[in-house]
Write a protein that binds this ligand. Sequence first.
Ligand code: HEM
Length: 499
Amino acid sequence: MGLLPGEALWTLAVAVAIFLLLVDLMHRRVRWAARYPPGPMPLPGVGNMLQLDLQDMLLSINQLRRRFGDVFSLQLAWKPVVVVNGLEAVREALVGRGEDTSDRPPTPIYEHLGFGPLSEGVILARYGHAWREQRRFSVSTLRNFGLGKKSLEQWVTEEATCLCAAFADQDGRPFSPRDLLNKAVSNVITSLVFGRRFEYTDPLFLKLLAILEEGLKEESATLRQVVDAFPVLLRIPGLPGKLFAGQKAFMDIVDELITEHRMTRDPTQPPRDLTDTFLDKVKANENTKSSFSDENLRIVVADLFIAGMVTTSTTLTWALLLMILYPEVQCRVQEEINAVIGQVRPPEMGDQARMPFTMAVVHEVQRFGDIIPLGLPHMTSRDTEVQGFLIPKGTTIITNLSSVLKDETVWKEPLRFRPEHFLDAQGGFVKPEAFMPFSAGRRSCLGEPLARMELFLFFTCLLQRFSFSVPAGQPRPSSHGAYSFLVTPAPYELCAVPH
Ligand code: HEM
């Protein structure tokens, strides 16, 4: 006698449940290995997803650290994850074991944007030849940019002048500095990548920035995290397009800019910028298996925009906020600017050596702002060991950079804004090893020299020209950041009065 449809359904459901439990057991088997890091017990199918606040992973991770110690494990759906906290463990994972921990987890969610085995860009590239080639290319282009032409420092200094002019246009009235900082920093990236800057009112520029912002919001959406844990959901027709509409629109503008650039290239002239240099390499490598391809150019360009824009402008937004919250620090920076640079010439990178207090302030802004608290995910490319715990190949590693920047064993008052953290007893500038906002090891931020240049030059140019204050009648803004993709200050306004 055949099974009744209801019974058939039951049998199927039980079979599927048993199958899923077996798969689940297979994935959690790793937890039973000797010396695997401890962690909360995962639930079948979802792992620890329901025990974490996906909107505030930093909070969840700091709570779990108190329970399980500096190296603990999580399971996100079926993905094994190890979280590393504190200076000692993070240094060991990223530097001591750098050869084992420098891979990135696969990212199928970006495939619909053109990301693939031959177009991995830099940020999310797997640890291997293509990543090495592109990292080296970006580092050397950043370093050699402008040889014989305008140097990157000149671009930044000229942009700082435009930024100051835009601040002056506010006539001392209250305004939010965020958009203007975004524009200035974006122009530095467009100078590097496309050899041009945009007027702050250019409609294409405004569209680019609005879309970039939308794309970043998509990154921090809860559904985005869920899809990351269950990539099979991407097969739902129309879902990727809906979830990542902003990112797709951003890639369309990048394509447009690259096409325009290609059309204006004069092959008899030396390359104007990173795009030209890349295109020359595409030509030179036409018949070889190389990561210099048209498909990869758009991903590399998008990477540099995304990694280089919001990070630096968010840090500058923190810097101005902290200056209006700590006017005595602002005054000391201005005194140093007056003594070393004066009011006539613009600041130069060479001034840094004689400006220990300003250097300390810029570093303390980065430490306190702590804008990428959980770094970017790494993955082990082979079995390894951190702090005596075994971490198998293929495990995602989350580095809690915040726990290093706020490590109580290193910093006197980790939760306070205190430039003295970077000054020795004689008032000289010192940089403790736990200053790690750019991460450490092989995958550390390749844009650090550019970021350092922008932070110093924009900050000192602005403080040379203006005094910043909380607008009269407005409450003192909060110094607590809001965590989504990055930690950003809550929106605030300031007054910029020329002096
Ligand atoms: C204040 C500004 C910045 C901060 C705090 C910052 C921080 C970081 C951090 C934490 C990482 C992850 C490192 C890791 O995986 O361990 C990173 C990676 C990266 N950053 Fe930055 N960054 C900044 C500015 C820039 C700029 C200006 C650029 C380029 C124009 C840039 C390009 C990159 C790239 C390409 C990567 C990926 C490196 C790789 O995977 O090999 N960043 N950055």
